[in-house]
Design a protein around this ligand. Sequence first.
Ligand SMILES: O=C(O)c1ccccc1NCC(=O)[C@H](O)[C@H](O)COP(=O)(O)O
Length: 257
Amino acid sequence: MLKKIIETKMEELDQLVLPPGISVERKSLFQHLSHPNRKVGLIAEVKKASPSKGVIKENFHPVEIGKAYDESGADAISVLTDRTYFQGHRSYLTAIKEEVNLPILRKDFIISPLQIEESVRIGADAILLIAGIFEVEKLQELYTIAYEKGLECLVEVHSKEELEEVLSVFTPEIIGVNNRNLKTFETSLEQTERLSSLIPKNSLFISESGIHTHADVDRVYRAGANGILVGESLMRANTPAEGIQTLFGGETVANEA
Ligand SMILES: O=C(O)c1ccccc1NCC(=O)[C@H](O)[C@H](O)COP(=O)(O)O
């Protein structure tokens, strides 16, 4: 699946037209996740559809969702901007950024410095870099370009081997362990438990995918995660606020509306 997505991304790159830049106040994903509102930081994802589940939320209003996440005490927002496989769009990120006071992670398949410049111009504070797409040297090159442009990166791994290979070259400040097997689409929180001890102490450890219940949150918290990235279960909840309440078992924070 990842190979197919990257092939599509390369075709899209040929058509990419950079938007004019916008002036935004940058928010640090690292800082917000380092001082979370609850026991683990929540990156709440704006996700209409996906390759594994098809359309997840028919009645999809990205700005309303982003504002509800902000009002419900999320620590950051992830916005799918891939059009083909997730029915996202870069305009969703810009529109949400203008309405919330949280760091925005651009969730897309970044393979080129051009997309990093595009991410800056649409108002992203951070981008996802997927280790499994590149040689580590290329990953580090894109990581450096992003930070030079004022963005932060969440470096995502899907296996022990990928994580060890990245750490043999550099130490990302934010490391995501994706619990989803990109071949079968199955999710298992054992992935987080398996890789936890390999995460450097100075890096933030984010558990991504397949987190649906308070027990799931507790499990990855006990495994040592500093934060979670959650999409589907929040998108399927009656409201984003209810979805967040379910994940945290009623644990509230001061700025919840
Ligand atoms: O979600 C998918 O089906 C998917 C398939 C192939 C590549 C990436 C995919 N998802 C991107 C993500 O990492 C998730 O959107 C994110 O971690 C949230 O996962 P979830 O809470 O399980 O929706």
